[in-house]
Design a protein. Structure first.
Length: 101
């Protein structure tokens, strides 16, 4: 019985990758609306989640959030290093490098 309850509860909680995508979508909406202050707050929060997160959360932040947001920023000619803090900027550089290989 415990296994059924725990399985049912886990199905109600969106996985970390879906949450990262929702967070990326919110950040992109803020960029479009020109709300730079809150956009920077979102990027700082992503940095914080990356630093303190589990391996799964770190993977979601890089492979979903950073990938989605930076691609969007590139399309809108945004100065990405200006917005990303040190750790996420480093992860962004790794994404760029790995895509060129």
């Amino acid at each position: 019985m415990t296994n059924i309850n725990s399985t049912m509860k886990s199905k109600n909680i969106p996985n970390v990758y879906k949450q990262a995508q929702r967070f990326a979508n919110l950040t992109k909406e803020l960029i479009v609306s020109g709300n730079i202050r809150i956009t920077k707050n979102c990027l700082h929060k992503a940095e914080y989640l990356f630093v303190i997160g589990t391996n799964e959360m770190k993977n979601a932040i890089v492979n979903v959030y950073v990938f989605s947001v930076t691609n969007f920023m590139e399309l809108h000619h945004t100065n990405i290093p200006h917005f990303l803090q040190k750790t996420l900027n480093s992860e962004y550089q790794k994404l760029i490098y790995s895509s060129r290989i």
